[in-house]
Design a protein around this ligand. Structure first.
Ligand code: ADA
Length: 558
């Protein structure tokens, strides 16, 4: 719902749609002769190729091909929303870039040419491979798909172009913003820079573009703050010479004060779910209408909060959260990392790069209020302390405007809690251990752990139970919908009742396909993580009406 186009001057092209496709099967990408590939199929972009029936469950290399038109002798760039798990991009048969991580945006340059028609090939790989895709491992408790899973676009660029606009709220009441204009290309000339907010000119002056960054202080003509109840959005357009960029932003400030998270000075109560980007027919490449339908269900449940578990989110989903008023915890890619990860410098560099890609992509979303890292990793180890310190301080250096956290399952053994602005714990009383009577006491026990060094916001970042969809039984034991409803009722009621608890992200919004690794599969009926309050097709389980009643009574959904 962008009221203004993202570019009025820059020439761009949407590259979504059917590309030519060939599944090459298992193998090493260095053995692939792109010029000898027979493209015998078609594949929509964005889409996970192994969510398509013909390639379901198969792992290997896949080649995508399309043709793009670039004015002769002009530089251009292809921007990918994400491609996984690893990919290599070719232009006219020559490699121009690679990317790993599967959930973050990246770009590759198209070198100038006298020829206008350019061949673009993407070699994508959904094979688990510690060299090419170390950030994604088969033991994780969700299914890892492959392909070009988020939108792709072509950008024809002038010598000096606008890389990014980072918008910081300086005063939400008065509508004062700080804007960092990040430049790419060849600096060194003097250009005229113009800025408008909501279509009204607010700046026009000459500027030297010798460095890569121009700082602007601007006023929003008719400021309206962003909130869950009133998700007002503003539009900033900057033109610099022959290039321009329009971004949306919201006037809001997030602060931690004592044991509260404040949004524009008001304490938040975060009630919601952890959500995987997952659907049996699309894998992680959900169409926008499905994203919107998910948000409508979250709103119907009375939620104001969603934790994007366990990787950076699709920018289109965050756009929708901005528009409808949903608060987001966004986190970098990871799951139960161990000491071997923390002591692997290449792994840590990829974690740092992936976190930076996430922060840069999501910086302007008012809905994103919290950054997370390293889900359930060994934050009880000395190596874990250094790894958490590096990653959290890196994120803070890129974005000092948002608090940071990490979802710990180490309880009192956790040695990293001083590094986080918000204490977040995952625990499953009544599921992996104990009974329904342990739910509220365990929440109170973790609250005490969160406050051991003084008042601090505390989020129950995961709690829940599995229910096989449609399974109801007189015993009402584990895996029944009755048991899941009873457990979530106790968890939601305790969080809503206890004013010292900042919030909860129930595990999880919808069922999702999980790893086919034997040990994982044996504990996951149907090969799915069945802890959704709705199943994978978003059909509600018994818990739905229970959580809805409790969350809506709390009145946070806006
Ligand atoms: C962990 C993990 C989730 C999921 C959950 C479960 O908390 O963070 O991704 O695996 O357990 O269902 O057991």
């Amino acid at each position: 719902m962008f009221v203004y186009p993202k570019h009025e001057v820059r020439r761009t092209a949407d590259l979504c749609g059917n590309w030519r496709f060939a599944f090459l099967g298992p193998g090493d990408p260095d053995d692939v002769r792109i010029d000898r590939t027979a493209y015998d199929d078609w594949m929509p972009v964005p889409m996970a190729f192994d969510a398509m029936p013909r390639y379901a469950g198969r792992r290997g290399l896949a080649a995508y091909k399309t043709t793009v038109r670039v004015p002769p002798r002009r530089r251009a760039r292809v921007e990918f929303g994400a491609a996984g798990m690893w990919c290599r991009v070719f232009v006219d048969g020559r490699p121009v870039g690679e990317h790993t991580g599967g959930y973050t945006p990246f770009a590759v340059d198209i070198p100038p040419s006298r020829t206008e028609s350019r061949e673009l090939v993407v070699l994508a790989d959904n094979q688990f491979n510690v060299e090419r895709s170390p950030l994604q491992e088969e033991y994780f408790d969700w299914y890892h798909y492959g392909g070009i899973t988020r939108p792709v676009s072509l950008h024809v660029l002038p010598a000096t172009f606008i890389e990014r606009l980072d918008v910081r709220t300086e005063d939400w009441r008065k509508g004062r913003i700080g804007v960092a204009v990040l430049l790419g290309g060849d600096p060194g000339s003097t250009e005229t820079i113009e800025a408008s907010v909501d279509g009204k000119r607010v700046l026009s002056r000459a500027c030297a573009v010798g460095d890569r960054r121009i700082e602007l202080g601007l006023s929003v003509p008719a400021p309206k703050p962003w909130s869950v109840a009133e998700p007002n959005l503003h539009y900033l357009r900057v033109q610099l010479g022959q290039d321009d960029l329009c971004v949306r932003f919201g006037l809001r400030q997030v602060r931690v004060r004592g044991d509260r998270i404040l949004l524009n000075g008001k304490p938040l109560k975060l009630l919601g779910y952890c959500r995987h980007e997952a659907h049996p027919q699309f894998g992680p490449a959900l169409p926008e209408s499905q994203m919107a339908a998910d948000l409508a269900l979250l709103k119907d449940l009375g939620c104001n909060f969603v934790r994007g578990s366990h990787y950076p989110q699709d920018q289109r989903f965050l756009d929708l959260c901005d528009e409808v008023g949903m608060l987001v915890w966004e986190e970098s890619l990871g799951w139960q990392q161990e000491a071997r990860h923390f002591t692997d410098e290449r792994y840590m560099q990829l974690q740092l790069e992936g976190a930076a890609e996430m922060v840069r992509a999501s910086f302007n979303h008012p809905s994103v209020i919290l950054w997370g890292v390293f889900n359930e990793s060994r934050s009880d180890l000395p190596e874990g302390y250094e790894a958490h310190r590096r990653l959290l301080s890196h994120i803070r250096s890129l974005d000092p405007t948002r608090p940071v956290t990490f979802a710990s399952c180490r309880g009192t053994r956790d040695v990293c809690q001083d590094l986080a602005d918000v204490a977040s714990f995952n625990f499953y009383p009544g599921w992996y251990s104990g009974s329904l009577d342990d739910v509220a006491p365990q929440i109170r026990k973790h609250l005490k752990c969160a406050r051991k060094n003084g008042p601090k916001p505390f989020i129950v970042s995961e709690i829940g139970a599995g229910a096989v969809p449609g399974w109801r039984d007189q015993n009402a034991a584990r895996w029944t919908e009755q048991y899941q409803a009873a457990l979530l009722e106790r968890a939601a009621a305790e969080v809503v009742r206890n004013r010292k608890i900042t919030g909860v992200a129930l595990w999880q919004f919808c069922d999702c396909r999980t790893s086919e690794q034997t040990q994982r599969a044996l504990g996951r009926p149907r090969g799915f993580n069945n802890k959704g309050t709705v199943d994978e097709y978003r059909r509600p389980k018994m818990a739905y009406e229970v959580v809805k009643r409790i969350f809506r009574k709390a009145g946070v959904r806006g």
